[in-house]
Design a protein around this ligand. Structure first.
Ligand code: PMP
Length: 412
């Protein structure tokens, strides 16, 4: 496939590529600022899904008929697209999963059960999403290992000095997110991975919130595992990726058993398939993989550096237009962040504010954002989160700011 042409960045024009954003909600044109929970899908992704089911649908691998051949070719081409997107050395290091959560559970159950012993430590940061905490707690429970949190500052940055102090011979794995879904912090993952590697630990980066905002290069990051979800990067739900270092993946036992992941099966014993299929038991989400590849191709046609600048401007605009809202407090002020504005307003419960904004056609998220440890660290039950992405416009931010002012007045 030819590399897509990069158009000059224009958020308003990109917005037109997303059919769902063209509708009114509660009588107002939709302002969608819940992009950290899930992103909307451009028409090219919807068309790829439709085309697959309309013309190519068949199960993949081992088929002898034309549709199976087309389906397999598109499915494996999608893996190649993800491989290029991550700058992976090889496509067989890309394993399809249902999403970030399943990718992390795969590593925890396969690598973790094989490698962790009583007294070993897994470091995760206080910034983590529950899906980068609970899988480690489950495997720690089973193996006697311990999950130890890396401190974060009040601003929402990982405390690297405290991280260094925790990095001793007991640490077998360090698992951190690339970007925090609650505060927008962009973590220095290459530096974290370098320090972990020097201390003899493996690393997993939860890239769920990074993929829609910046180019990702697993070789430059130097991690052993990188996980992300298709739906956070303009692709379908139910499809995601675990990328792994080849030598590490090769040594790992299967996660789920069934079809696709075997080489031979007998009642005397079963042998397992090679990478990546050993970790892909059962019929995969073929359409999802193809839809995700269409989303990544779409992203490939966008100037991501310009998109990142655009998001920074939207964040600055949000801060400026809400600076005079009585009692409004931004939560976290990370040194480096994406366009996520997490805030509370004294005397206004986050859920009430979210509902008042919804009445005005503005979608934000409220609550703990699946980061309860972080919320308790910050002494908050939750926040309101407005999360921008490349199709949000200054108009969206003005609507949000007006909506917040109006809601605040109702609570005065
Ligand atoms: N990690 C982070 C940082 C996330 O933001 C999310 C989704 N909110 C996840 C993991 C889990 O992703 P999924 O639900 O797609 O598995």
């Amino acid at each position: 496939m030819n590399a897509p042409q990069t158009r000059p960045f224009d958020a308003a024009r990109l917005r037109e590529d997303f059919p769902i954003l063209q509708q009114s909600v509660n009588g107002q044109p939709l302002v969608y600022l819940d992009n950290a929970a899930t992103t909307q899908k451009p028409a090219v992704v919807l068309e790829a899904l439709d085309h697959y089911y309309r013309y190519d649908n068949a199960n993949v691998h081992r088929g002898v008929h034309a549709l199976s051949d087309r389906s397999t070719t598109a499915f494996e081409a999608a893996r190649e697209t993800v491989s290029r997107f991550l700058n992976s050395p090889a496509a067989h290091q890309v394993i399809w999963t249902r999403g970030t959560t399943e990718s992390i559970n795969l590593v925890a159950q396969s690598w973790g059960r094989q490698n962790l012993r009583a007294g070993d430590r897994i470091l995760v940061s206080w910034l983590e999403h529950h899906s980068n905490i609970v899988p480690w707690q489950l495997v720690a429970e089973a193996t006697g290992a311990e999950v130890v949190p890396i401190p974060v500052s009040d601003a929402g940055d990982i405390d690297l000095a405290a991280f260094d102090a925790l990095l001793d011979a007991r640490v077998k794995l360090v698992a951190v997110n690339h970007v925090s879904n609650a505060l927008g912090t962009v973590n220095p993952v290459a530096e974290i991975c370098r320090r972990a590697r020097d201390a003899g630990a493996l690393t997993l980066v939860d890239g769920a919130q990074a993929v829609a905002h910046m180019p990702v290069d697993v070789q430059a990051i130097g991690c052993d595992f990188y996980a992300f979800s298709g739906h956070k990067v303009f692709g379908p739900t139910g499809i995601g990726v675990l990328w792994g270092r080849e030598s590490v993946l090769e040594a790992m036992p299967p996660f789920l058993g069934g079809g696709e992941m075997i080489e031979t099966v007998s009642f005397e014993g079963t042998t397992f398939n090679s990478l990546p299929f050993r970790f892909e038991a059962g019929t995969p989400h073929i359409a999802g993989a193809i839809g995700l590849a269409a989303a990544l191709d779409y992203l490939g046609g966008i100037d991501l550096a310009a998109a990142a600048q655009h998001e920074k401007r939207l964040l600055a605009q949000m801060l400026e237009l809400t600076a005079d809202v009585p009692g409004l407090r931004r939560i976290g002020q990370p040194a480096e962040c994406v366009g996520i504005f997490s805030f509370i307003i004294d005397g206004v419960p986050p859920a009430d504010l979210g509902m008042l904004l919804d009445e005005q056609g503005i979608a934000v998220r409220t609550g703990h954002h699946c980061t309860q440890p972080l919320m308790s660290r910050l002494g908050l039950p939750g926040t309101v989160r407005a999360a921008c992405t490349l199709y949000n416009t200054p108009d969206d931010i003005e609507r949000l700011a007006r909506g917040i002012h109006r809601a605040r007045r109702l609570f005065a």
